[in-house]
Design a protein around this ligand. Sequence first.
Ligand code: HPA
Length: 234
Amino acid sequence: MTPHINAQTGDFAETVLMPGDPLRAKYIAETYLENVREVTNVRNVLGFTGEYKGKPVSVMAHGMGMPSISIYAHELINYYGVKKIIRIGSCGAVDEELKLRDLIVATGASTSSSMIRDRFAGYDYAAAPDFGLLRTCADTADKLGLSPRFGNILSGDLFYGSNPALLPAMQKMNVMAVEMEAAALFAIAAEFRVKALCVLTVSDHLITAEETSSEERQTSFNQMMELALETAYA
Ligand code: HPA
């Protein structure tokens, strides 16, 4: 047990899918996994372990923001032997060509946070997913007939009230969407030599102001989940 996870040693599979929302973790476990059991529920941040096509896999929520995902990823990697973490989440689109529900795979995560600099002696670390996982994800998308956009995203600390200069800067530097966790996940995975990936669907558009409902966010991102699960076990 750790301060934030009340599972026993061996309760987690080596691969963990991580959505932000505990109820989405439950939905994924119930919808996609077999022989599922709940393995942790501290603060209602639910985690489950089951099987996908006969292979063990876990799903656990990471909460919102980089401090939250940092705590759970750190404990999963260092106390439960987790080797592969795939974040599955939502993001706000900045690129005008993106539409609601489009799939995105992060090839890098810029950040407006100081968290990654804290890990990197004050310098700007290039937070990136594992290359092997990324390549597998691209191949898997082809096999599934999916066409995600691959590119740079931004992990921000502020959902409300971020610096107005950030949006034009993102557009200028071809950073296509904003979310709140990937950069921290990539940095932790690099530090502890495990693999991380981040697959997203567009839930709202920062330029056109369109948005999806929370019910859609919980249940309708099946393509993203299939891409993540098939990538994990390709
Ligand atoms: N900003 C930050 N994180 C998000 C957003 C957003 O607009 N949409 C979904 N996650």
